[in-house]
Design a protein around this ligand. Structure first.
Ligand SMILES: C[S@@+](CC[C@H](N)C(=O)[O-])C[C@H]1O[C@@H](n2cnc3c(N)ncnc32)[C@H](O)[C@@H]1O
Length: 272
C-alpha cells in the first residue's frame, strides 16, 4: 500500500536523512569543519514547522529529539544516531526490555531506539527497525555499523502493512510515528498480528486532547511535523481496543503544543 501521504512523508524524512548522510560523507572525506546537524533543529520542531503552529509557545525547548534521552543512553550511541533523533519520547525507557526478546520499532528513522533496544535484549535477542524511507534505512544501517551492534536488522516497509510474520515479535515500540500513518486502524491491526500472544507495546506518540477537532489539530502544525495526523486519547484507546489489544494505558508526559501532549502508550496482546 502506498499513498500520496506516504510519498510526502518519504520526501520530507528522506531529505532529513540525506542531510545527515551528506554531513557524514564530508566528515569521512576529511573535511575538518563538518559539524553533524541536529535534525530536530530544522523544520520539525513545533514552532519551526512551516505551517505555523498555534499555541506552541509553551512547548519550546526539548519537546522533540535527542534531549529526551539521558546522557548515559546517548553515550551508548554514535553521534549521528543520537543527533538524528526525531522522536517525542523515549520508548526504550518504558518498554522494560528483557534479554532474549525480539523488539520491533515502527518508523525507526536513524535507528536510535533500535540500537538502544539491541543492547538491552542482548546477543540472544533481536531488534528490528521498520521504515518506509530508503535514506533513513541507509542512515540507520550506517549508524548500526558504527555502533558495532550486530543483533539488528532494518526492514523497508510501511507500518500499515508490515512485511513481518504473524506472532513474530515480543515487543513493539515506536517513537512519534503512528501519528504520521495514513491509516491508523491498519497500524493497530498489524501490531496485534505481529505480536506474540502475551506480547506488549511501549510507544511514544503525540496525542491530542479529546475536544480538539481535526481542524484544531491542523492549526497546531503540519502532518509531517507530528500534529495534523494525531489521534485523540479516546481515539487511540478505542483503536487499540478494536484491534484486540488489552490493558491500554495512555500517560501524557509533556506538552508539545496547546492541548497536545507527548504520551506513553502501553497495551498487551492477550495471551489467549
Ligand atoms: C518523526 S520520524 C521518527 C524517527 C524515529 N522513530 C526517531 O525517534 O528518531 C518518522 C519516521 O517514520 C517514518 N515513517 C513515517 N510514516 C511511516 C509509515 N507509514 N510507515 C513506515 N515508516 C514511516 C519516516 O520515514 C521517518 O523515518
Amino acid at each position: 500500500m502506498s499513498t500520496d501521504l506516504h510519498d510526502r512523508m518519504r520526501a520530507h524524512y528522506g531529505a532529513e536523512a540525506q542531510r545527515m548522510l551528506g554531513a557524514l560523507e564530508r566528515r569521512d572525506a576529511g573535511d575538518p569543519g563538518t559539524a553533524l546537524p541536529v535534525l530536530e533543529d530544522v523544520g520539525l520542531a513545533c514552532c519551526g514547522d512551516a505551517s505555523g503552529g498555534a499555541g506552541c509557545a509553551e512547548a519550546q525547548g526539548s519537546s522533540f529529539g535527542p534531549e529526551l534521552y539521558g546522557a548515559l543512553e546517548r553515550a551508548e550511541l554514535p553521534d549521528a544516531a543520537a543527533l538524528a533523533s526525531l522522536g517525542c519520547g523515549n520508548p526504550v525507557a518504558v518498554a522494560e526490555l528483557r534479554p532474549g526478546e525480539t523488539v520491533l520499532d515502527l518508523g525507526s528513522g536513524g535507528g536510535i531506539d533500535v540500537l538502544l533496544s539491541a543492547r538491552r535484549v542482548g546477543p540472544d535477542g533481536r531488534a528490528i527497525g521498520l521504515d518506509m524511507t530508503d535514506e533513513m534505512i541507509a542512515l540507520a544501517r550506517r549508524n548500526a555499523r558504527e555502533a558495532g551492534v550486530a543483533n539488528v536488522e532494518f526492514v523497508k516497509g510501511t507500518i500499515e502493512a508490515m512485511p513481518l510474520a504473524d506472532a513474530s515479535v515480543d515487543v513493539v515500540i515506536s517513537n512519534c510515528v503512528i501519528n504520521l500513518a495514513a491509516d491508523k486502524d491498519s497500524v493497530f491491526r498489524e501490531i496485534a498480528r505481529v505480536l506474540r500472544p502475551g506480547g506488549r507495546i511501549g510507544v511514544s506518540d503525540v496525542v491530542a486532547e479529546d475536544e480538539l477537532s481535526e481542524a484544531d489539530r491542523e492549526k497546531r502544525g503540519s502532518w509531517a511535523a507530528c500534529y495534523a495526523g494525531t489521534l485523540s486519547f479516546a481515539e487511540y484507546r478505542s483503536g487499540l481496543a478494536a484491534a484486540g489489544l488489552a490493558d491500554v494505558e495512555i500517560v501524557p508526559t509533556h506538552l508539545v503544543a496547546d492541548r497536545m501532549h507527548s504520551a506513553i502508550i502501553r497495551a498487551t496482546r492477550p495471551a489467549n
